[in-house]
Design a binder for this molecule. Structure first.
Ligand SMILES: Cc1ncc(COP(=O)(O)O)c(C=O)c1O
Length: 375
């Protein structure tokens, strides 16, 4: 008997983390921020939320999400209402559902690349044609080429998926570039999936972009508690869109994925968002310290690396000048118990690797890399 074949290609990055994340001493490539402890988070709770936490019953929850959580999420946007938000289980779930809703076999989709594999693999598994739109390292920043984007649009293009702040490069468009992308969506009548799970981690606060869902009725913005809010283990995310029909369809689909979110996680996420300034300040403080160390490290080792610091987010994508990224990462792991993520996990054929700035032991992890270079 032939063994069953998955109708979708393996998620290389997630398989890589599944192999290494929980057995490696120094994680130098994580994209999330060191998770909040429950104790830390609960000290941030107001009286109302503390009472809700302590008296919580572990039953089913409302499918679109707890009303207080939807309200807290809607407050992150400038024009959206509570009803525009649907709470999901993680940032992954809305990517999956949006693709299932918006793409049919034979449709065409454009997606920023390198990127999170679900951004294009789900589309391929549906039978859609995918154009991977590369980000280029030019003039000290990573960015897509807007002319390449315009040229990629076909008569059957249904969806543009952008992912900014960008994983893995830390790229962020300028406000003008972002407006140009929104304009293109409008001109061609596309649907716009905007993965914004690192929003709030811009290095310069004024660089933060308006959420796609705020500026376009054709957009669906995806958010999550996993990165900016340091709660990856809560598995809470959301979709936000002005489009009422799309929200209705989204809920129909959600009945077949997770029905509703985890009751404890919804309360914890509401606590974190109500105390959003403090939680984000904690994440930014961890990143700031580590970015300064990285800047110094890469300035000292220009013979080995080309480094473009992130404009936003918790990660960057340096290039190795003389080594193969798979071999380099494997050797570092073997000799120094330290994890980097080679570009091959993104299907990216250049000698880059992802480095992550979200861990408090970054200095020790970087010291391992330093030692590796000298032996
Ligand atoms: C761009 C992007 N989108 C979505 C996700 C998934 O987020 P979550 O962990 O909340 O499912 C990730 C996780 O790494 C990501 O980098």
């Amino acid at each position: 008997m032939t063994p069953p074949q998955s109708p979708i290609a393996p998620f290389e990055l997630e398989r890589y983390f599944a192999r290494h994340e929980f057995v490696t001493q120094f994680l130098l490539c994580s994209s999330d921020i060191e998770g909040l402890t429950l104790r830390e988070l609960l000290t941030l709770a107001d009286d109302d939320m503390r009472e809700r936490w302590e008296s919580l019953t572990l039953g089913y929850t409302e499918s679109p999400g707890h009303p207080l959580l939807r309200h807290a999420i809607a407050s992150l946007y400038t024009t959206l209402h509570d009803d525009d938000v649907i709470v999901t289980n993680s940032g992954e779930e809305p990517i999956y559902i949006a693709m299932r809703l918006l793409l049919r076999p034979g449709d065409h989709m454009i997606v920023t690349w390198p990127g999170y594999q679900s951004h294009y693999e789900i589309a391929r598994s549906i039978g859609a044609h995918v154009t991977l739109l590369p980000l280029h390292p030019r003039n000290g920043r990573w960015m897509i080429d807007l002319d390449e984007l315009r040229a990629a649009v076909r008569p059957n293009t249904r969806v543009l998926l952008t992912s900014f702040p960008h994983n893995p490069t830390g790229a962020l468009p300028t406000h003008n570039e972002w407006r140009a992308i929104a304009q293109l969506v409008e001109t061609h009548g596309l649907r716009w999936i905007s993965d914004e799970v690192y929003r709030g981690l811009e290095i310069v606060v004024a660089d933060q972009l308006q959420a796609a869902a705020d500026i376009s009725p054709r957009a669906l913005s995806i958010g999550a508690m996993s990165k900016t809010y340091a709660m990856a283990g809560a598995r809470i995310g959301w979709s936000a869109t002005q489009d009422a029909h799309l929200r209705e369809q989204f809920l129909i689909y959600k009945d077949y994925t997770t029905i509703c979110s985890s009751a404890p996680s919804e309360i914890l996420a509401t606590i974190a968002l109500r105390a959003g300034d403090a939680v984000v300040a904690r994440s930014r403080a961890i990143i700031d310290v580590n970015l300064a160390l990285a800047t110094q490290f890469f300035a000292t080792h220009t013979e080995h690396f080309e480094y473009i610091p992130p404009a936003a987010g918790s990660i960057a994508f340096p290039r190795l000048r003389h080594s193969d990224a798979d071999e380099f990462s494997a050797a570092l792991l073997r000799t120094h118990n330290t994890l980097l993520l080679p570009a091959s996990a993104f299907g990216y054929p250049q000698p880059h690797f992802r480095i992550g700035f979200g861990r408090p032991n970054f200095a020790q992890a970087l010291a391992q890399l330093e030692d590796f270079l000298t032996v």
